[in-house]
Design a protein around this ligand. Structure first.
Ligand SMILES: Cc1ncc(COP(=O)(O)O)c(C=O)c1O
Length: 396
């Protein structure tokens, strides 16, 4: 085998050419011996850290039994995972289906909603990221989607929302199949929808016979300091799409629904098939992820360490002119700058110092979505280096 120069991987996303050969906890290691502290948790997936010993053990044990089964067959581990998720969501007697990616889970949730309501139109926030596929990705088709821009609510002082408000007046609730809530990740910008708006939309949608779908692909499994992002809104979804952290880096996703929804789908003989459905390997991994999160109290840890991280960044904000805003919910954190074209320089300089963070260059935003096990020492060290880099930028 020839020595690869990493030149044959399709470049359709800004790729950094580092030959990563292993990972442990919040660290990844390159072939040339460099240690990088991963403040992105892979692609926001490794909630428990890389190469978790218990996850590795369960994978090795399961692959000697069976990894994949026909989508005509069932297996107990998938049923156990369904029960675990239904319990976490308080959906008694509901049902679940397991797929591979978050995009698939969101797409299927939407398809199911349309089928159940016999309506074609969907409602979401214009700020929300929903999936990589054409029907839900940006720019979303106006014929299929009604979008509410919650950034317009920023200076609103009304106690309650009204359908006559400019932000909501164009919605015809009677034609909406589902409100697809993505509760604040917003493609890594951490824009948090206002509580009263979410509650209002839930009420109106339900009153008019629509469904509530929550997209928990990123916000689920402790990322926001609660099990699910919708827990911050005190709402009752009908269908929940999950992905990313539920497999700790292994590609498994889920669509979980209440009993009433499952009954309707099954009564209509809806057919959906793809190669990887309810695969046992993903299911045992996810069951173990839930066990570890519970045993290690990682939901609370996410809240506490997220709060610690937020305050470190607020201190930095107080000492740096170029920070416009720090936004956080649990370990979903964004820092928006008030200067253009700096985020990539900052990310590159941090990477040279051994810290991988994310960014949204078009929005002058830095992003921090580490594993729930990230140590305070790593946060302090990263913030110190970030301060040094920002101060050097300032002096230019
Ligand atoms: C909120 C949200 N929904 C859906 C997705 C799509 O998930 P996947 O990339 O696993 O298809 C993502 C991916 O980043 C996401 O952040």
């Amino acid at each position: 085998m020839k020595n690869s120069k990493l030149e044959h991987i399709l470049n359709c996303y800004p790729i950094i050419k580092t030959d990563i050969i292993s990972g442990k906890g919040t660290n990844v290691f390159s072939k040339d011996g460099k240690k990088i502290i991963d403040f992105e948790a892979g692609t926001w997936c490794t909630a428990l850290g890389h190469s978790h010993p218990r996850i590795n053990f369960i994978i090795k044990e399961q692959i000697d039994k069976i990894m994949h089964v026909s989508n005509k067959l069932t297996c107990d581990v998938a049923d156990v995972l369904a029960v675990n998720l239904l319990e976490l969501l308080h959906f008694s007697d509901g049902k679940a289906i397991f797929l591979s990616s978050g995009s698939e889970a969101v797409e299927l949730s939407i398809r199911l909603s349309k089928m159940i309501t016999s309506r074609k139109k969907l409602l979401t926030f214009s700020e929300s990221y929903l999936s990589a596929y054409s029907s839900t990705s940006f720019p979303r088709n106006k014929d299929s989607w009604t979008q509410v821009t919650f950034s317009k609510c920023k200076n609103c002082t009304s106690k309650f929302c009204s359908n006559h408000c400019d932000v909501l007046s164009s919605i015809n609730f009677d034609e909406i199949s589902a409100f697809v809530l993505e509760s604040g990740n917003s493609g890594g910008k951490v824009l948090l929808p206002p509580y009263k708006l979410v509650k209002h939309l839930e009420t109106e949608i339900k009153k008019h016979g629509g469904l509530i779908v929550t997209n928990e692909v990123t916000t689920g499994f402790g990322r926001t300091g609660e099990w699910f992002g919708f827990n911050h809104y005190d709402i009752q979804p009908d269908i929940v799409a999950l992905g990313k952290s539920i497999g700790n880096g292994y590609p498994i996703s889920a669509v979980v629904m209440r009993k009433r929804i499952a009954n309707e789908i099954e009564s209509k003989n809806f057919v959906y098939a793809q190669s990887h459905t309810n695969d046992p390997l993903g299911c045992v991994i996810s069951n173990e992820v839930i066990k570890i999160i519970n045993e290690e109290n990682l939901i609370n840890r996410s809240k506490e360490i997220g709060n610690f991280f937020y305050h470190q960044l607020k201190e930095l904000e107080n000492s740096c002119d170029i920070i416009k805003e720090v936004r956080a919910r649990g370990l979903m954190i964004a820092v928006e700058l008030n200067v253009n074209n700096c985020t990539e320089t900052i990310c590159e300089s941090l990477l040279e110092e051994g810290f991988l963070i994310g960014s949204k260059p078009d929005f002058n935003t830095l992003r921090f979505y580490p594993a729930l096990i990230i140590g305070k020492d790593n946060i302090i060290n990263m913030c110190n280096i970030l301060k040094k880099i920002i101060n050097q930028l300032n002096t230019k």
